[in-house]
Design a protein around this ligand. Sequence first.
Ligand SMILES: [Zn+2]
Length: 100
Amino acid sequence: MTLPGKEATIADVVSIAVECIDCGRNRWWKPAELRRHGVSGQTPLAALSERLCCSACRADGLPGRAVSIQAAFIEEHERRRREARRRNEREVPLERSRRA
Ligand SMILES: [Zn+2]
């Protein structure tokens, strides 16, 4: 999804899945929710795993640094929304007959 030569940043994503490899917990975050972790729109995705850690593991006294990041990009999100809209249109018979 990323253009060659352009590093993906938080500004390109709608949400970020953070999965802890140690305990298996995972959660989707909105970029705004990550702001308090020092993550801004300019933060490269590659730098995310260094900034985030698993709070559950931290509570157990473990480092919680083994997190894997998965990002949902904005274009992908838009495309899915458009696809869903098209599906909805097909389910409305009036729309179809008007077009035919
Ligand atoms: Zn964990």
